[in-house]
Design a protein around this ligand. Structure first.
Ligand SMILES: [Fe+2]
Length: 204
């Protein structure tokens, strides 16, 4: 049997993103929530272990090929695994404050300006009812799109490539921000690792 999916390590300390995100939230979010998505997608795919030889992104791109009996479990937990694996990489203390190069030009061209993009993305994050994610993604026509998804649904499921994602589940911010999702979203912009986002765009 191919190797099951694994929880990737965080490349920084739990407290590295303070004051935007507190250490306790990072620890629970990574070690408990993300770990549970990994454990549960592995459990779901025990009955179809051939999927362990694929990247989780590719499993999500082809969800319809997953046996129907476990498809919802893979959608939720495989989505959770992919989304969080990307999310940790997108964050860094004190990185660049905006995209550079080709991505900067593409953002200007798609949204008018970086500030307009930030506003649009923040609004998508704020207005997602209940649990979900806000995204900047490249769609099938390689156009930049901003939108939100429910639960752990991923842009991969629509054939899109996520470039930037923000987790707006309460587990991502409740300890520090309680119900103040808007404050969490505002703080997010201070810890985006634009070098990584630029790299994803360049590689696309
Ligand atoms: Fe999360």
């Amino acid at each position: 049997m191919s190797q099951q999916f694994e929880l990737p390590p965080l490349n920084y300390a739990f407290n590295a993103l303070e004051p935007a995100i507190d250490a306790r939230t990072m620890e629970i979010h990574h070690d408990k929530h993300h770990a549970a998505y990994v454990a549960n997608v592995n459990k779901a795919l025990e009955s179809a272990p051939e999927f362990f030889s694929h990247k989780i992104e590719d499993v999500l791109r082809n969800l319809n090929s997953v046996p129907e009996s476990v498809r919802t479990a893979v959608r939720n937990n495989g989505g959770g695994h992919a989304n969080h694996s990307l999310f940790w990489q997108l964050l860094a203390p004190g990185g660049a404050k905006s995209p550079a190069g080709d991505l900067a030009k593409a953002v200007d061209s798609a949204f008018g300006s970086f500030d307009t993009f930030v506003e649009k993305f923040s609004n998508a994050a704020l207005t997602r009812f209940g649990s979900g994610w806000a995204w900047l993604a490249l769609d099938g026509d390689r156009k930049l799109q901003v939108y939100s998804t429910a639960n752990q649904d991923s842009p991969y499921m629509d054939g899109h490539l996520p470039l930037l994602g923000l987790d707006v589940w309460e587990h991502a911010y409740y300890l520090l921000y309680q119900n103040r999702r808007a404050d969490y979203i505002k703080a997010f912009w201070s810890i985006v690792n634009w070098d990584v986002v630029d790299g994803l765009y360049k590689a696309a």
